[in-house]
Design a protein around this ligand. Sequence first.
Ligand SMILES: C[S@@+](CC[C@H](N)C(=O)[O-])C[C@H]1O[C@@H](n2cnc3c(N)ncnc32)[C@H](O)[C@@H]1O
Length: 404
Amino acid sequence: MIFLEPYEVLSKVYRDGAHLKLALSALPAGEKGRTVRLSYAVLENDGYLNLCVASIAKKKPQESVRLILKIALAAMLFADMVPPIAVNEAVLLARHIGKGGAAGFVNAALRVFKKENVVLPEGDEGLAIMSNFPPFAIKALREKYGDRVRDIVLAKSHGVSTRFVRGMERYLALPHEDTPFESVKIFKNFVRDEGFERGDYTFQSVGSVAVCEAIAPCEHLLDACAAPGGKSVLLAEKCGRVTACELHPHRVALIKSYVRRMGAKNIDVLQRDATAFDPAWEKKFDAVLCDVPCSGLGTVAENPDLPLRKNEGTMSELKALQSAILANCSRYVKAGGAIYYATCSILPEENDGMIAAFLRTHPDFSTEEISSPLAHERAAFGLQFLPDRAFGAGFYIAKMRRNI
Ligand SMILES: C[S@@+](CC[C@H](N)C(=O)[O-])C[C@H]1O[C@@H](n2cnc3c(N)ncnc32)[C@H](O)[C@@H]1O
């Protein structure tokens, strides 16, 4: 039954708020290619598929039936499945999950589906539906980037961004794209093997690598929001010592296992609240990285399930947290040292907006120019990587020097 596995994965995402990548990684080993493709196709086109369902169902179907319709429609529209097979599989799935009573409806609705009957609203309203970006984000991006907003929000993932520590040659026969970073390749498909546990490679967005590359080597670096640990581990290659902190205990455990897997020896992992001042750390670090919690809207291409979990209501809370982390952690920077502020967001209010506000209240800090080989925009205070030109990755980093 072709649709059963995607149905189980997507139920966890829609119904339980699970993260797509985690739900997929919980599948038994083996050939999961079709499930991965179908799950992404449904989530990447969530808004559009809702319109498709509305075009064939007079009344709002139950959630489980709605999901069956979305999977079948995504298979037909985006995965080259011929309609009779998709309809048949959808009916089989309905019966299998105990929704036999809806099998007739599923069959009839899918048979009458016509793309021409799906009416997409014009302009940015339609773009919000096609991209799954919240309308407030589309508005902010249009103000900043004009018509390029379309390319930015519709950018798709290029594949699995993989950073190698050793043994890369063994994998280069697989279809991949080079990146500006010698050790980072983006694979169309990459099945994790024993090299992962050995720490030969790790999965890290090319945008995350670009953020680390923009950070200068130093003696002692504080990574204030470090879980799951990708940046701490890479930064430990060029810094004498890294103190990696995280608020949530279960995420502290993620850093520890990442550090262990990659064999890094110069990282101390601590559970800390980056908004709470510790006098013992005042002016103690040569550099501090605040890779703050953010909307994550720069990673929608890689995480198409993310918009299901975010809304404008959470933005003001996030910005208050970002500001509190930056202000508190700036007190840990030595005179002459540097603080870096990073996000995986493309929203100006979380990026340049936060730096502008910080500089207004912290005259002892001034911004410093940084550079990157990864395609970027020079923002007012930092570098903005955008998904349409940076392999689907949207990240931001700014550097500020403490003058006294
Ligand atoms: C963007 S993620 C960090 C990603 C990480 N730097 C990496 O590259 O692997 C932000 C992290 O900050 C953590 N966090 C949230 N509030 C925090 C706080 N008050 N203090 C410290 N960490 C916090 C979140 O749990 C999350 O793990």
